[in-house]
Design a protein around this ligand. Structure first.
Ligand SMILES: Cc1cc2nc3c(=O)[nH]c(=O)nc-3n(C[C@H](O)[C@H](O)[C@H](O)COP(=O)(O)O)c2cc1C
Length: 319
């Protein structure tokens, strides 16, 4: 009988016990769900985006339901890195499930300061760098420009020995270019993708449902085909492990991400409807692997045909 090996090595000592985790911003810091589900069976908890100082986030309304998904403009509501390091991390340290702290920042200095504060803190298993944050100095998201993305990853790499997973924004023309840039800058792994910019309109009042600019981040089943394409593009562009995220709510969804090239996955919006969704995804993947006699879920990976078509030799007569 084939033995299923669920472990995923993301680098620098971060080995996930299984490939099914919960996505940043959809599962708090884990303990909020401790009484409801057996969080220790998860492959990883990817925490809410954490900034240098506490943030109250945007005033409501900051979420809206859409067809097949939801929009959010939470505005990085979090208690700040000091609280995470001194109050939450000691709890993480007693858990079996690895906790990867998602880090956000308004500028390069903030990313560096947050990661530096988390360095060597027991209970912090790794860093997920959310580069979809607006760059206060230059207006554009770090994640939209390969050079800016590389700069922030390089700066953070210099201050941490923890596994550094860089989370890409899908709101770009060529995600593969950003992936290559962050890999070259020192990312140990890449997670893809964050939410897509979207809008919901209230026709009755002839305006967007979300205030401020009217837009929010779209997540949920509606984005799964887009996320799968992004994961396949990233997989083809880099050698480091890829963590797939976007619209996973059942085991079949996760398995599709393994086909597209993921080494691990995160369940996000689905946890709002059912906080046990990620564990159900895990059980479904394990059952599928047993039925199909897989040794690892990455055996499902599809290899795209090479796009490097050999040029035919030029006939000497027309040279
Ligand atoms: C309410 C909400 C808050 C989120 N907050 C964060 C965050 O703080 N940092 C981050 O990197 N991603 C954040 N995300 C994005 C998710 O981690 C995930 O990338 C995205 O929702 C796509 O996955 P899904 O379709 O399974 O939800 C958030 C998503 C939602 C729905």
């Amino acid at each position: 009988m084939t033995r299923l090996d669920l472990g995923v090595d993301l680098g620098r000592g971060l080995v996930l016990p299984n490939p099914i985790g919960v996505a940043s911003g959809t599962f708090g810091y884990g303990f909020e769900f401790e009484q409801l589900v057996d969080i220790q069976r998860l492959g990883a908890i990817w925490t809410k985006g954490t900034t240098l100082l506490p943030r109250a986030g945007n005033p409501p309304p900051r979420v809206a339901e859409t067809t097949g998904g939801m929009l959010n403009s939470i505005g990085l509501h979090n208690p700040g890195v000091e609280h995470v390091a001194t109050v939450y991390a000691p709890r993480f340290a007693g858990w079996r499930v690895p906790v990867v702290v998602n880090v956000a920042g308004g500028g390069l200095e903030e990313y560096v300061a947050v990661v530096r504060r988390l360095e060597g803190v027991p209970g912090v298993a790794g860093i997920e760098l959310n580069i979809s944050c607006p760059n206060i100095a230059h207006g554009l998201d770090f994640g939209r420009d390969p050079a800016a993305a590389a700069r922030v990853v390089e700066a953070v790499r210099a201050v941490t020995r923890l596994c550094l997973v860089v989370k890409l924004s899908p709101n770009v023309t060529a995600i593969a270019e950003v992936a290559r840039a962050v890999e070259a800058a020192g990312a140990d792994a890449i997670s893809a993708v964050n939410t897509f910019v979207g809008m919901k309109v209230h026709l009755g009042v002839r305006r967007p449902v979300l205030p401020r600019g009217g837009t929010g981040g779209l997540s949920g089943p509606a984005i799964k085909p887009l996320a799968l394409a992004a994961v396949a593009a990233v997989r083809a562009a880099v050698r480091v492990p890829v963590v797939g995220v976007g619209g996973i709510s059942a085991a079949a969804d996760a398995l599709e991400f393994f086909v597209a090239g993921a080494d691990a996955v995160q369940v996000g919006t689905a946890s709002f409807a059912d906080c046990g969704a990620a564990l159900e995804v895990l059980e479904g993947c394990v059952a599928y692997a047993a039925r199909h006699r897989l040794g690892r879920l990455t055996e499902l990976r599809w290899t795209p045909p090479s796009d490097r078509v050999e040029s035919p030799p030029t006939p000497t007569s027309v040279r």
